[in-house]
Design a protein around this ligand. Structure first.
Ligand code: IPE
Ligand code: IPE
Ligand code: MG
Length: 241
């Protein structure tokens, strides 16, 4: 199926900090996990909407390296939700032609979840409709630290010379080595910070901080935010003629 993008000048890669699940639930007098469940449902719609918006790459922040600081019960609930999410959504995502990948430090996640992540990546590895990247136990400082450790090993073992390290080489050691840089980063729920998300990759991204809580992020909201992108004047440090 060929879909005509609504916005041909739109962002190729959108990254989303899916924030506000807890506040959305609290406003309804419900436990925070209820908000996370409602939030998980919005992911499917966001993925479905990408082709119409001309968005080829969608990267979503699901769990940060700092989110382990939350209560044990919230963390356990989120991990169970991630497992169930993969079990329930794998076939649907595959049918949509979505290629799913995960970024972040996997070792700290439980082995059952790691196996499900490997399974979903393998199942969808030849798909190309939308590239969905899920940041799970992801932190940009952790990513750069891990990349630097691997780079140091390459240098110590003489496969790479220090003077050969440039920004392309460094980027190739990051978890996102297979992705273009994000053009647009959206954070829901009103906070104007990036909370350790894609620090290197978003150096020239446009940012949208919107008040909508993630569980209220409908395809209409997505379309409106992406629509505003066309009006941005991206100069990348240069002066336009
Ligand atoms: C985002 O929603 C989901 C995760 C960080 C896992 P929050 O849980 O941060 O929701 P708020 O910010 O407390 O409302
Ligand atoms: C960022 O949200 C992480 C995710 C959306 C997964 P947080 O809610 O954890 O960020 P802070 O604590 O408000 O900075
Ligand atoms: Mg939050």
């Amino acid at each position: 199926m060929t879909v005509t993008p609504i916005n041909p000048d739109g962002p190729n890669h959108v990254a989303i900090i899916m924030d506000g699940n807890g506040r959305w639930a609290t406003q309804r007098g419900r436990p925070r996990l209820f908000g996370h469940q409602a939030g998980a449902k919005r992911v499917r719609q966001a993925v479905e909407t990408c082709p119409q918006l001309g968005v080829k790459y969608l990267t979503i922040f699901a769990f940060s390296t700092e989110n382990w600081k939350r209560t044990q019960s919230e963390v356990a609930g989120l991990m169970a939700l991630f497992r169930r999410y993969i079990q329930r959504e794998s076939n649907y995502l595959h049918r949509l032609g979505t290629r799913v990948r995960f970024i972040g430090e996997r070792e700290k996640l439980d082995s059952k979840l790691q196996k499900l992540m490997d399974f979903l990546e393998k199942l969808t590895e030849h798909n190309d409709t939308t590239h969905l990247t899920i940041a799970l136990n992801y932190g940009a400082r952790d990513e750069v630290t891990r990349a630097t450790q691997r780079l140091a090993v390459e240098i110590a073992e003489k496969r790479l010379k220090p003077e050969q390290v440039n920004s392309e080489v460094l980027a190739s050691f990051l978890d996102t080595c297979m992705l273009p840089d994000p053009d647009l980063v959206i954070r829901t729920s009103g906070e104007a910070r990036i909370s350790n998300f894609l620090l290197w990759q978003s150096a020239y991204a446009e940012y949208e901080f919107i008040d909508t809580h993630w569980p209220d992020f409908t395809p209409d909201v997505f379309e409106t935010v992406v629509g505003r992108f066309g009006g941005r004047d991206r100069r990348f440090g240069a002066v336009k003629a």
